[in-house]
Design a binder for this molecule. Structure first.
Ligand code: ADP
Ligand code: TRP
Length: 338
């Protein structure tokens, strides 16, 4: 389905990615991009730093998070020679395209956008006025995201569930512009949502999320990873008692990382009362460390040689810009009748 298609992914440099982000977003995004490349397509992967400033105002934190996220993607197998890998803020055409798209963005779309609605709901729960602390960047961010998407003629945008609506908004805006000028000025994007990517539970059994503080860290040292894994909730049943693996949280987390053979071994051991909680936590720990070992080494290298990464990002922006320039020109020519 990716033959000759342009795939685009944007990632906000906020928070420090955890194992759930890695297994649920980072790895699948890189795999999908590589698949598109193998099939003669293009892969754009950018750091959505203009999106991040709506919430994060501290430049040091923004710089650090951008550094972290770019090193994580490179360490996890993104090839900057083959994929377009760059910072959003290094493409000056994006805010220009956004301005044109604003004129075709019904305000009602923004009122209904998830990110804004979630912020309003949070305010209501806290008994605050609806728009408390909400800036125009957050309110209008689906239009900026639409500009990201149309700028590079994206066909397919792989997303998590929460972002589906935003891609639909991008498609609607692009469609409205094409209809108005009766010309295919912008490529209509579709989203791609992978049902097979499982939600990884956190150490307390809820979805692993930075906002719940229940994460297994990604590229920290073995000790920190071990500490998180050994804090996974268990009960006080003795090892000998046969257990249903599907009721055991360690097993649930193991599912997202283990091979079928490894999973069977843990499942059988639990059912037969041959594996205790200490054993299975160690099995999970070994699997996590094996999964990230190579990537962690690369990550540490890139973090301490960021000048090399910066160069890759700059080169990536140079390679990505012509597509955005061409889109902007098409738009300006049509809009201003040039
Ligand atoms: P968090 O919940 O930690 O704030 P984000 O909402 O920033 O994470 O998610 C970033 C990406 O990681 C999204 O694509 C999301 O679907 C994915 N993701 C986040 N948590 C998990 C999880 N526990 N399991 C699988 N994927 C996840
Ligand atoms: N809004 C996305 C998020 O919060 C990030 C993003 C910005 C994006 N622009 C994009 C994702 C374009 C896909 C395509 O995760």
């Amino acid at each position: 389905m990716f033959e000759g298609k342009t795939i685009l992914t944007g990632v906000k440099p906020t928070g420090t990615p955890h194992l759930g982000n890695y297994l649920g977003a980072i790895k699948p995004a890189i795999a999908l991009g590589n698949k598109a490349l193998e099939q003669g397509g293009k892969h754009y992967m950018f750091i959505a730093d203009y999106h991040a400033i709506n919430a994060e105002k501290n430049p040091e934190i923004l710089r650090e998070k951008t550094k972290e996220i770019s090193c994580i993607y490179l360490a996890s197998g993104l090839d900057p020679e083959k994929s377009f890998f760059f910072r959003q803020s290094d493409i000056p055409e994006i805010p220009e395209i956004t301005t044109i798209l604003y004129a075709y963005t019904p305000k009602g779309f923004m009122n209904k956008a998830h990110a804004y609605k979630a912020a309003v709901d949070k305010n209501r729960e806290a008994g605050k006025p609806d728009d408390d602390g909400i800036n125009m960047g957050l309110y209008t961010y689906p239009t900026l995201m639409a500009a990201d998407i149309v700028a590079y003629d994206s066909d397919i945008v792989p997303v998590g569930k929460d972002q589906v609506q935003h891609v639909e908004i991008a498609r609607d805006i692009a469609g409205a512009i094409n209809a108005h000028y009766n010309k295919e000025l912008l490529k209509l994007p579709t989203y791609y949502f992978d049902d097979n990517v499982a939600v990884v539970p956190g150490v307390d059994g809820r979805k692993m999320s930075k906002s719940y503080g229940n994460v297994i860290p990604l590229f920290e040292d073995d000790k920190s990873i071990k500490k998180a894994i050994f804090s996974i909730k268990t009960d006080s049943r003795p090892m000998e008692e046969p257990k249903n693996p599907d009721e055991i949280l360690v097993y649930e987390i193991y599912k997202s990382i283990a091979t079928p053979e490894q999973l069977k071994e843990m499942g059988d051991g639990l059912r037969q009362g041959k594996l205790g909680y200490g054993h299975i936590k160690n099995m999970l720990l070994d699997a996590v460390i094996a999964e990230i070992k190579e990537a962690r080494e690369k990550y540490n290298y890139y973090m301490s040689h960021f000048d090399e990464v910066e160069e890759m990002l700059q080169k990536g922006a140079q390679k990505a810009r012509p597509a955005a320039q061409a889109t902007l020109k098409r738009l300006k020519d049509a809009v201003f009748g040039r």
